[in-house]
Design a protein. Structure first.
Length: 214
Protein backbone atom coordinates (compact mmCIF):
# COMPACT_ATOMS: atom_id res chain seq x y z
CA UNK A 1 0.00 0.00 0.00
CA UNK A 2 2.95 2.31 0.64
CA UNK A 3 4.25 1.73 -2.89
CA UNK A 4 0.77 2.23 -4.38
CA UNK A 5 0.38 5.48 -2.44
CA UNK A 6 3.77 6.71 -3.67
CA UNK A 7 2.81 5.88 -7.26
CA UNK A 8 -0.43 7.87 -6.84
CA UNK A 9 1.39 11.03 -5.75
CA UNK A 10 2.29 10.23 -2.17
CA UNK A 11 1.03 11.92 1.00
CA UNK A 12 1.59 15.48 2.18
CA UNK A 13 2.34 16.43 5.75
CA UNK A 14 -0.67 17.90 7.62
CA UNK A 15 0.78 21.42 7.24
CA UNK A 16 1.23 20.92 3.48
CA UNK A 17 4.93 21.86 3.64
CA UNK A 18 6.20 18.76 1.82
CA UNK A 19 5.49 15.17 0.89
CA UNK A 20 5.96 12.46 3.47
CA UNK A 21 8.97 10.20 2.96
CA UNK A 22 8.22 6.57 1.99
CA UNK A 23 8.95 5.62 5.59
CA UNK A 24 6.58 8.30 6.81
CA UNK A 25 3.87 7.00 4.48
CA UNK A 26 4.42 3.48 5.78
CA UNK A 27 4.05 4.46 9.44
CA UNK A 28 1.07 6.70 8.64
CA UNK A 29 -0.72 3.77 6.99
CA UNK A 30 0.36 1.41 9.76
CA UNK A 31 -1.08 3.60 12.52
CA UNK A 32 -4.27 4.59 10.65
CA UNK A 33 -5.37 1.32 9.03
CA UNK A 34 -2.77 -1.24 10.14
CA UNK A 35 -3.78 -4.02 12.53
CA UNK A 36 -1.95 -6.52 14.67
CA UNK A 37 -2.45 -10.27 14.36
CA UNK A 38 -5.14 -10.03 17.03
CA UNK A 39 -7.12 -7.66 14.83
CA UNK A 40 -6.61 -4.68 17.14
CA UNK A 41 -5.36 -1.35 15.69
CA UNK A 42 -1.72 -0.52 16.25
CA UNK A 43 -1.04 2.03 18.95
CA UNK A 44 1.59 4.75 18.82
CA UNK A 45 4.02 4.75 21.72
CA UNK A 46 6.74 7.21 22.62
CA UNK A 47 9.49 7.20 25.22
CA UNK A 48 8.84 10.14 27.48
CA UNK A 49 10.93 12.00 30.03
CA UNK A 50 9.04 12.86 33.20
CA UNK A 51 9.94 15.15 36.04
CA UNK A 52 11.08 13.19 39.15
CA UNK A 53 8.42 13.06 41.84
CA UNK A 54 9.02 15.00 45.03
CA UNK A 55 9.49 12.38 47.73
CA UNK A 56 8.23 14.86 50.32
CA UNK A 57 5.03 15.56 48.41
CA UNK A 58 1.80 14.48 50.06
CA UNK A 59 0.16 11.62 48.14
CA UNK A 60 -3.27 12.51 46.75
CA UNK A 61 -6.31 11.34 48.66
CA UNK A 62 -8.54 8.67 47.03
CA UNK A 63 -11.11 11.39 46.24
CA UNK A 64 -8.50 13.61 44.57
CA UNK A 65 -7.06 10.67 42.64
CA UNK A 66 -10.50 9.71 41.31
CA UNK A 67 -11.13 13.32 40.30
CA UNK A 68 -7.77 13.52 38.52
CA UNK A 69 -8.43 10.25 36.66
CA UNK A 70 -11.80 11.51 35.45
CA UNK A 71 -10.28 14.79 34.30
CA UNK A 72 -7.52 12.88 32.51
CA UNK A 73 -10.05 10.62 30.78
CA UNK A 74 -12.23 13.56 29.77
CA UNK A 75 -9.17 15.35 28.43
CA UNK A 76 -8.30 12.30 26.35
CA UNK A 77 -11.79 12.23 24.88
CA UNK A 78 -11.68 15.93 24.05
CA UNK A 79 -8.26 15.54 22.45
CA UNK A 80 -9.64 12.76 20.24
CA UNK A 81 -12.50 14.99 19.13
CA UNK A 82 -10.09 17.78 18.22
CA UNK A 83 -7.93 15.64 15.91
CA UNK A 84 -8.48 17.19 12.48
CA UNK A 85 -8.96 14.93 9.48
CA UNK A 86 -6.33 15.68 6.87
CA UNK A 87 -7.62 15.42 3.29
CA UNK A 88 -4.46 13.46 2.44
CA UNK A 89 -5.56 10.78 4.93
CA UNK A 90 -8.34 9.76 2.55
CA UNK A 91 -5.87 7.78 0.40
CA UNK A 92 -5.19 5.19 3.06
CA UNK A 93 -8.83 5.12 4.11
CA UNK A 94 -10.13 4.63 0.55
CA UNK A 95 -7.49 1.97 -0.08
CA UNK A 96 -8.72 0.10 2.98
CA UNK A 97 -12.38 0.49 1.95
CA UNK A 98 -11.52 -0.74 -1.56
CA UNK A 99 -10.64 -4.16 -0.16
CA UNK A 100 -14.38 -4.85 -0.13
CA UNK A 101 -16.21 -2.66 -2.65
CA UNK A 102 -19.94 -2.09 -2.78
CA UNK A 103 -21.96 -2.31 -5.99
CA UNK A 104 -24.04 0.59 -7.32
CA UNK A 105 -27.28 -0.33 -9.07
CA UNK A 106 -27.92 3.25 -10.23
CA UNK A 107 -25.59 6.17 -10.90
CA UNK A 108 -26.74 9.69 -11.62
CA UNK A 109 -25.13 13.11 -11.56
CA UNK A 110 -26.65 16.59 -11.84
CA UNK A 111 -24.83 19.63 -13.23
CA UNK A 112 -26.22 23.16 -13.05
CA UNK A 113 -24.38 25.91 -14.90
CA UNK A 114 -23.41 27.55 -18.16
CA UNK A 115 -22.04 25.49 -21.07
CA UNK A 116 -18.67 26.18 -22.65
CA UNK A 117 -17.84 25.94 -26.36
CA UNK A 118 -20.34 23.74 -28.22
CA UNK A 119 -18.84 21.08 -30.49
CA UNK A 120 -21.49 19.75 -32.90
CA UNK A 121 -20.83 16.14 -33.92
CA UNK A 122 -24.07 15.59 -35.82
CA UNK A 123 -25.99 13.19 -33.59
CA UNK A 124 -24.73 14.77 -30.39
CA UNK A 125 -22.95 17.85 -29.07
CA UNK A 126 -20.04 18.07 -26.62
CA UNK A 127 -19.29 20.85 -24.17
CA UNK A 128 -16.95 21.10 -21.19
CA UNK A 129 -18.06 22.51 -17.84
CA UNK A 130 -15.61 23.14 -15.01
CA UNK A 131 -16.11 23.93 -11.35
CA UNK A 132 -13.91 24.45 -8.30
CA UNK A 133 -16.70 25.39 -5.89
CA UNK A 134 -17.20 23.37 -2.71
CA UNK A 135 -20.73 23.69 -1.28
CA UNK A 136 -21.57 23.71 2.42
CA UNK A 137 -21.33 20.06 3.41
CA UNK A 138 -23.05 18.28 6.31
CA UNK A 139 -21.24 18.72 9.61
CA UNK A 140 -18.64 16.05 10.25
CA UNK A 141 -17.70 15.40 6.62
CA UNK A 142 -14.12 16.15 5.48
CA UNK A 143 -13.71 19.22 3.28
CA UNK A 144 -12.10 18.42 -0.10
CA UNK A 145 -9.61 20.72 -1.77
CA UNK A 146 -10.83 23.28 -4.31
CA UNK A 147 -9.00 21.85 -7.31
CA UNK A 148 -11.20 22.36 -10.39
CA UNK A 149 -13.23 19.36 -11.59
CA UNK A 150 -13.76 19.07 -15.34
CA UNK A 151 -16.91 17.55 -16.83
CA UNK A 152 -17.05 16.55 -20.50
CA UNK A 153 -20.78 16.59 -21.27
CA UNK A 154 -22.29 14.59 -24.16
CA UNK A 155 -25.82 15.66 -25.14
CA UNK A 156 -28.04 14.06 -27.77
CA UNK A 157 -28.75 16.56 -30.58
CA UNK A 158 -32.53 16.23 -30.16
CA UNK A 159 -32.25 17.06 -26.46
CA UNK A 160 -29.89 19.96 -27.15
CA UNK A 161 -32.27 21.50 -29.66
CA UNK A 162 -34.86 21.83 -26.86
CA UNK A 163 -32.59 24.14 -24.83
CA UNK A 164 -30.31 25.70 -27.47
CA UNK A 165 -32.43 28.85 -27.84
CA UNK A 166 -33.15 29.27 -24.13
CA UNK A 167 -29.49 29.00 -23.09
CA UNK A 168 -28.60 31.98 -25.27
CA UNK A 169 -29.96 34.03 -22.36
CA UNK A 170 -26.82 34.80 -20.28
CA UNK A 171 -28.94 34.82 -17.11
CA UNK A 172 -30.17 31.26 -17.65
CA UNK A 173 -28.39 28.02 -16.71
CA UNK A 174 -28.49 24.42 -17.87
CA UNK A 175 -29.78 21.67 -15.59
CA UNK A 176 -28.24 18.41 -16.76
CA UNK A 177 -28.93 14.95 -15.36
CA UNK A 178 -26.83 12.11 -16.66
CA UNK A 179 -24.67 9.05 -16.23
CA UNK A 180 -21.11 9.82 -14.99
CA UNK A 181 -18.00 7.92 -16.01
CA UNK A 182 -14.35 8.68 -15.27
CA UNK A 183 -12.37 9.52 -18.42
CA UNK A 184 -8.75 9.58 -17.29
CA UNK A 185 -7.39 10.16 -20.81
CA UNK A 186 -8.88 13.67 -20.89
CA UNK A 187 -8.68 14.20 -17.10
CA UNK A 188 -12.43 14.69 -16.84
CA UNK A 189 -15.64 13.08 -15.72
CA UNK A 190 -17.68 12.16 -18.78
CA UNK A 191 -21.39 12.92 -18.34
CA UNK A 192 -23.85 11.31 -20.76
CA UNK A 193 -27.00 13.44 -20.52
CA UNK A 194 -30.27 11.62 -19.95
CA UNK A 195 -32.36 14.70 -19.24
CA UNK A 196 -31.69 18.39 -19.88
CA UNK A 197 -33.53 21.65 -19.31
CA UNK A 198 -32.76 25.17 -18.07
CA UNK A 199 -33.71 27.04 -14.91
CA UNK A 200 -36.04 29.40 -16.79
CA UNK A 201 -37.66 26.62 -18.84
CA UNK A 202 -38.24 24.70 -15.63
CA UNK A 203 -39.77 27.78 -13.95
CA UNK A 204 -42.03 28.39 -16.96
CA UNK A 205 -43.19 24.76 -16.85
CA UNK A 206 -44.10 25.09 -13.16
CA UNK A 207 -46.12 28.23 -13.87
CA UNK A 208 -47.95 26.47 -16.71
CA UNK A 209 -48.89 23.58 -14.42
CA UNK A 210 -50.17 26.01 -11.75
CA UNK A 211 -52.36 27.70 -14.36
CA UNK A 212 -53.74 24.38 -15.54
CA UNK A 213 -54.64 23.40 -11.99
CA UNK A 214 -56.54 26.68 -11.49
Amino acid sequence: MTLQTEENGGLMLPDGSRRRTPGGVFFHLAYTIGKTKSGKPLEKTWNSVTKPKNSNAKPPSPKEETSNNKASQNGAVEATKDIAFSWEDRIGIVNEASIQKGIASTMKIMLVGRPGKIIDKGQFIVTVIESNKVPTLPKGLPTPNNVATKYAVYIQKKQWNKVAEAIKDPDDALIIEGFPKTDAEVSAIAVFATNITTKKLQAALRETKKTEVK
